[in-house]
Design a protein. Structure first.
Length: 205
């Protein structure tokens, strides 16, 4: 029973959409209806500016890390799976928040927070490559997709065995990549937007 409540709490924690709150508080807009329509740090940065985007990014990462902490705190002997379940619940909450018609973000930052609490070194390796790709191409989606793909590979390289954590990393990578299906299409036809640190003005300039 305790495990069920902790998992549910992790989902509720993950469903706290800081991008949505920022849009409403700072500009009176629903970020689901402007820009890419995604409730994540990148759309926040494009529509609200760099500082709100960075704050949303950090808070989304924190959600995942706190969910893992909750799982590890309440897990008893033999409940190693609770940590993974709480992490997955937080990602699900971010992607599909119950109070926003299940339309949220793509889970990259929250997944990073989850993996930070479980496999920090593989995550940092994947993130380093992702950031290089973003810096060179200015495509956040491309860096996120490749970083997610590389995550389970680095987990395996650090562990050198087929562990439950490895399959968990594979599952997270699959969820993140599938959530980027529209970005993949735009990348292929050359219509994906590049990252810009210029705050959008009212007239769109």
């Amino acid at each position: 029973m305790v495990a069920a409540f902790v998992i549910l709490g992790s989902y509720v924690l993950g469903s706290l959409s800081f991008a949505y709150f920022a849009g409403r508080l700072l500009k009176g807009v629903d970020l689901r209806k402007v820009g890419s329509g995604n409730l994540g740090a990148t759309n926040t940065l494009r529509e609200l500016g760099t500082l709100p985007g960075v704050i949303v990014l950090l808070l989304d990462v924190a959600k995942g890390a706190v969910a893992v902490w909750l799982g590890s705190t309440f897990a008893t002997d033999g409940q190693w799976w609770l940590v993974l379940a709480c992490g997955l619940a937080a990602i699900a909450g971010h992607n599909w928040p119950f109070y926003l018609q299940f339309k949220g973000g793509k889970g990259v930052a929250t997944a990073a927070g989850v993996m930070l609490g479980i496999f920090s070194l593989p995550l940092l390796c994947a993130m380093a490559i992702a950031l290089i790709i973003i810096a060179v191409t200015r495509y956040v989606s491309l860096g996120s997709i490749i970083g997610s793909f590389l995550l389970p590979i680095f987990v395996y390289l650090f562990e050198m065995k087929l562990s439950p954590e490895l399959w968990f990393a594979v599952l997270i990578a699959a969820v993140v990549i599938l959530r980027h299906h529209s970005n993949i299409r735009r990348l292929m036809n050359g219509t994906e937007k590049k990252l810009s640190f210029k705050k959008k003005t009212e007239n769109g300039a």
